[in-house]
Each structure stands twice: as structure tokens, then as C-alpha cells.
Write a protein that binds this ligand. Sequence first.
Ligand code: NAD
Length: 522
Amino acid sequence: MGNRFQDTDSDTESGTDGVTAATTAAMVAERFAQGAQYIGGRLRPGTSGREHAVVDPATGKTVHTYELAGTADVDAAVAAAREAFPGWAGATPAERSEALHRFAGVLAEQADEFARVESLQCGKPLKLSTEFDVPGTIDNTAFFAGAARHLQGQSAGEYSGDHTSYVRREPIGVVGSIAPWNYPLQMAAWKILPAIAAGNTIVLKPAELTPLTSLMFAQAATEAGIPDGVVNIVTGAGRDAGEHLVGHGDVAMTSFTGSTPVGKRVAEIATSTVKRLHLELGGKAPFVVFDDADLEAAVHGAVAGALINTGQDCTAATRAYVQRPLYDAFVEQVAALMETVRLGDPFDPATDLGPLISHAQRDRVAGFVDRARGYARIVTGGEAPKGDGAYYRPTLVADAPQDSEIVQAEIFGPVLVVLPFDSDEEGLRLANDTPYGLAASAWTRDVYRAGRATREIKAGCVWINDHIPIISEMPHGGYKASGFGKDMSAYSFEEYTQVKHVMYENTAVIRKDWHRTIFGDR
Ligand code: NAD
């Protein structure tokens, strides 16, 4: 049985209240007529001489064309951020906090517009942008508005007897950040907010495919009264604009979210210029179902966790390990539930699942599944529906060996692999058996099993009886090849600061005791 596949012509009036891809594209054309670089508080065109098209993946139609940033645009953005730094770093925490509170208010006023543009450039169902991406971003902004007043050194006191020591946390300077295309608005928020809350200024390079909501986010910062140059966006290609930003001598820190292979290249460049580095990389999250789990909850959790954002989520459930007594029922019920998911126009409120980000990504996902046909069983899906959009049906793959490509590699599409296990030890060992360690979940009603899973699974987040929820107060980041550093939470806030030890001599004695190591008794 296939999925119900609806008309994907986004020009139709399938959206509510005239909200369609076409009306949203018209809004985008007007809004970005001046260009797609946001430097020093205003939009301008890029100077690379190369055009790039933002394409609606639901139809394959071009939404907006803009000139990519070249290295000169990166230089201009870094110069603007450098100029804005002393003033912003010198603002009081209360001043920065107030500006961020206003920023959250501007975002809330423009929530509908943000959701529409995010859906248009990514192909996300409007209900996902409206209920997840946009409110998550507003909440993050409100969180960092609060956090801005709570930056603390950990200690102050007379540790040597004759001295008073304390710790200052200072902004680092200009931060250069690079973001991927899967959650462009949230990624912009995760990069920009902790950086500026701590008093840094920033240049963000979003992915070329999805620059629009990052630009809108920066414009909203300006509307909220955040000074020009504090938030700058360069919309260029990775190879030139991206590498130039990472290697720039005036950039003090690189924060990168993207794939592990590109992260390695970014690390090489950042290391050679001695920068602080923060890497949020790929994932291949395990989903471990013990034999006492609530099967219905696990089945719904697996389908939702695998298909969110059409599987283009670094924490998506990708490998379900199911203890033998539940295995057959789990496979059957997950396949049946996947087949009820409705693919269609992202602007249609009835749509559950949108297209992949591009036809290239769809073909890449199909390639993984096609190669797996030689060694595994495609239980459902495994094909693209007819039509112009970059859609791919929800896919369940069984009987693949643990060391096969489909189990080990990050696919970044609506594909779940399911494998059986016998002992608890085996399930946890298999869960840890990939290079990645970003997120994982364990499903059980046994508190000891749950505790063991949280201790033994090597991942930056382990959920018990759920998979996917994130909250602004808690850190997001990986183990192993999923990178290092944290987004969101007070942990990320601290990473955007420099720790300085200040030590005061308290006695006014001219000849200190320790001077004997130089002068002896003289
Ligand atoms: P990608 O690595 O291809 O690109 C990410 C960004 O890096 C883009 O802005 C791109 O232009 C830029 N880039 C490409 N080559 C570059 C280079 N040589 N130097 C500097 N910048 C360069 O990733 P993607 O395809 O955009 O996104 C999907 C990947 O992102 C997946 O691997 C996913 O797991 C990962 N991701 C991770 C997290 C996390 O929090 N760990 C979150 C979201 C996405």
C-alpha cells in the first residue's frame, strides 16, 4: 500500500487564507529586492558575480535568485562586526537582555511570515514551521534574553591568602558561524543568540539553498534595536565564502553546524588560524526498544522520530533496535503507520510530510535505499512518487547487517532501518556501534533498564520513552564524530565567552616571599 499523495502544485489555492507558495514567493521577491547580504544593518547584493536560485523543493520552481557573497562581502561583514564589537561588548547585561526581549517580541509579531518563508525554501509542512521551528526560535530568543543577565564566573576569594582572585567572563570578539539547510531559522537562532547575548558580534553564513529566514532573523534583530553590525549574514557558497570566514584573521571563533566531512575541513582551517571551534556534526540516532516497552508508544515514536522534517534532522530516529519478542509486531506496525502518512503541498494543512530539500538530496537518499536492495528488505516505501517535487516515500528497511552502509551512514531522509537484538547488552552495544553520537532513545517501562541505557549510550542526548523533543534550557551537541560544543542552554552561552582570571595582591608588601626564587636572601 502506498501513501496518499496529494497534488503538489503549490500554486493552487490549497493553503489557507490565500497563503500559498506563490503568494509567499511574491513576498520574498519584494522583501529581498535589494540583495541577500545583510551587512551593517542593511541588505545589499553580493559581489561574487555568481547567481544562486532558491528553489521550492515541492515544485522544483525557482522562488528567488540572488547574487552569492564573495570573499569581499565576507571581509565587509567581518569589518562591520568588528566595528560594532566595542559598543555591544560594553553594553550592560541588562541592556543586551532588554534588546533580546524586544527581539523575541518582533519575531512573535512576524511569526506567520517566518513560518511561510521557512516552508517555502525548505518544503516543510506549514504545520511544522508554525508549531516547531518558529515558536522554538522565539523561545530560544526569550531564553537568551534571560541568560544575558546570568553570566557568572565560578569563583571569587582569597585562594593564596595574600591575593584576591576572581573570574571574569568576557566576550570573545567576532564569531563566524556556518549553518546547514535543514532548520535554517533555528540554526540561525542557535548560532546568533548565545553569541550576542554574551556580548560578541557575529557573521553567519547560512546554507546557499536556504538563506531567507536567516536574513529575516537579522532584519528582526535590527527592528528590535540591536545595533547595526552586531548581526551580519553572508549568503555565499561553502568553498569560498565559508572557508574565507573560517580562516579570517579577525574572526575569533568558528561555530559550525553541518556534515561531518565538511566539519573536518572547517576544523583544519580553524586550527591553522588558532580559533576557538565548535562543531555540531552529523548523527545516526539509535532507537532501542526493550521487550517490556509500550509497543504502541514505540511504534508512534519511531515513525514520528524518523519522519520529522522528512528525516532531515540530525537527531532523527534512524536505527531501530528491537528486542526479539517485539520485533515482528514492531516491523509490521511501523510499516502500516508509515503508509498512512500524507505527502503533499507543504502549504496544505492536511500535509504530514513535505519533500526533501532538493532533487539532489532525494536522489542521494534513493541511492542509499537502492544499494540496500542487494542485502536488505524494503518493507515499505523505497520509491519517489510521481510529480515534480523532491518527494520520497517513508521507507522502512529490515534485515540489513549491522556493518552495512544503510545502518552506518547518515542518510538524512525519511528512512528507518530496523534490526533485532536478544540481550540488553547486545542492544546497547549495537546502539553505540556507529561513528556518530548525537542523540538516542531507549523505550522501556523498567527503571533499571532505562538507567543503564542513559549511562551506557554514548550520545549528547538520551531520551527515555520519547525521541526528538528539545528545549531551550538543555544543551544540544554530540559525542564522537557528531562533534563537540553545545548549542542552546547556559552551556552554549558559556562557550561564547573567554574566561579570565584576575588576581589582586592585597598586602602592598614590596618584597614578596616568592621573590626569593630570583633574589635568594638579598
Ligand atoms: P554541509 O556540511 O554540506 O553544509 C553545512 C554548511 O557548511 C553550509 O552552509 C555549507 O555552505 C557550508 N560549507 C560547505 N562546504 C564548506 C567548506 N569547505 N568550508 C566552509 N563551509 C562549508 O551540511 P548540510 O548538507 O547543509 O546539512 C546537513 C548536515 O548537517 C547533516 O550532516 C546533519 O546531521 C548536520 N546537522 C547537524 C546538526 C547538529 O546539531 N549536530 C544540526 C543540523 C544539521
